[in-house]
Design a protein around this ligand. Structure first.
Ligand SMILES: *Cc1c(COP(=O)(O)O)cnc(C)c1O
Length: 384
């Protein structure tokens, strides 16, 4: 018998180090905007999901403070017991209004929204077909459900159609899952084609709008709006923690589906309601998404500029504010990220096992200034 049941942990960490897969946290001081203090030095921030710069907006901060004063710091219970406030309902109405759906339900995070929704909707008799590049929360939600899981090649409608044709009839329900903006690549799912396949094969369709809400579509409603699919029957998941600058997740869909989730989604029923501060900040953000479209315009202006300036390089195809520069190995990705950080620019290296191939992942914000973008381009293009 081995003497220490925890002994394998160090060995396991050693092999993570050897593969250049090791990660650790980085500390950011003070407000996190388009520039941040990282490890004590000011750097331009291309690592944030705060696309519209709302996480440091004084109106969101004030809304969070006011809600905390009125309701306290915690919501003190699960939503079905003592944790529900009128703020939650207002936020859910505002999300449904933005998405043009009948209803919405707020979870404690986007990750939990996916786990709870997927495992409530399908089970052992059912089939899940998911894009190979789906976010971890969609994949773990699928596992949790106990359904049979098949992955289709990234954005490959033909492959999905073949799988549906071969396997759909063997199962009770079928759920197709996809990111709408792929979080580590920046490309979009072929939503109209997915909707039509879902209809042809009597399948549910769940799209994760985490990186799309507030960013894509004329009113910021997401990729569903971007593709002109508003009002179609589907399940939209999202987060309050990216363009909305707060914390929490949501599902937007028909009132029947939402009512079902309130009765069946374990990650909503058996967890504490979203804090008053997070709820109020998200509510304020949704209002600003509607009333300040100039933020979205500024964001897309910055995206277009960078796409143009970096066009000769080895970029992954992107139609979003996530722009990825392909690199040959984890080591070169880390080296380039370090070189950028030394020059005062924070761009994370994304490596396996998060993604199949290493890359620098640039997140563009509405609040980046022209000189921020110019400096990024100059350092990326410099040799060494
Ligand atoms: C960030 C993200 C999530 C998780 O959202 P959180 O609210 O941060 O838990 C889920 N899905 C996708 C596609 C994401 O990018």
């Amino acid at each position: 018998m081995p003497t220490n049941p925890y002994g394998w942990l160090e060995k396991s960490l050693d092999s993570i180090h050897r593969a250049n897969w090791y990660r650790s946290v980085k500390t950011i001081d003070r407000l996190s905007g388009s520039t941040v203090i990282l490890d004590g030095h000011e750097v331009i921030n291309f690592a944030s999901n705060d696309y519209l710069g709302l996480a440091t907006d004084t109106r969101l901060i004030q809304a969070a403070i006011a809600a905390t004063k009125k309701y306290g710091t915690g919501s003190t219970g699960s939503r079905l017991l003592s944790g529900h406030r009128d703020l939650h309902q207002e936020l859910e109405k505002a999300i449904a209004n933005l998405k043009q759906t009948e209803d919405a339900l707020v979870f404690s995070s986007g990750y939990l929204a996916n786990l709870g929704t997927i495992s409530a909707l399908v089970g052992q008799k059912d089939l899940i077909l998911g894009d190979k590049y789906n976010h971890s929360s969609l994949k773990k939600g699928a596992k949790l459900s106990g359904a049979t899981i098949l992955e289709y090649s990234h954005n490959d409608i033909q492959n999905l159609a073949t799988l549906l044709d071969s396997f759909r009839s063997k199962y009770r329900r079928c759920l197709i899952t996809t990111d709408s903006v792929f979080s580590m690549d920046g490309d979009l799912c072929p939503l109209p084609e997915l909707l039509s396949l879902a209809e042809d094969f009597n399948s549910l369709l769940l799209v994760d709008e985490a990186h799309a809400t507030g960013v894509m579509g004329k009113t910021g409603a997401g990729c569903v709006e971007h593709f002109g699919c508003t009002g179609k029957e589907l399940i939209q998941i999202g987060t309050l923690s990216k363009a909305l600058g707060s914390l929490g997740g949501y599902v937007a869909s028909s009132s029947t589906l939402i009512d079902f989730l309130r009765n069946r989604a374990a990650t909503w029923i058996y967890t504490t309601g979203l804090s008053p501060a997070d709820t109020a900040a998200a509510l304020c953000a949704i209002d600003l998404i509607r009333t300040e479209p100039q933020r979205r315009e500024k964001l897309w202006h910055n995206v277009d500029y960078l796409q143009q300036e970096l066009s000769g390089l080895n970029l992954l195809p992107s139609q979003s504010p996530i722009i990825c520069l392909k690199l040959p190995s984890p080591k070169t990705a880390l080296h380039k990220a370090q070189q950028l950080q030394t020059a005062g620019i924070f761009v994370p290296a994304i490596r396996p096992p998060t993604v199949p191939t290493s890359r620098l992942r640039i997140s563009v914000m509405a609040t980046h200034q022209p000189e921020h973008l110019q400096k990024l381009v100059a350092v990326i293009k410099s040799k060494a």
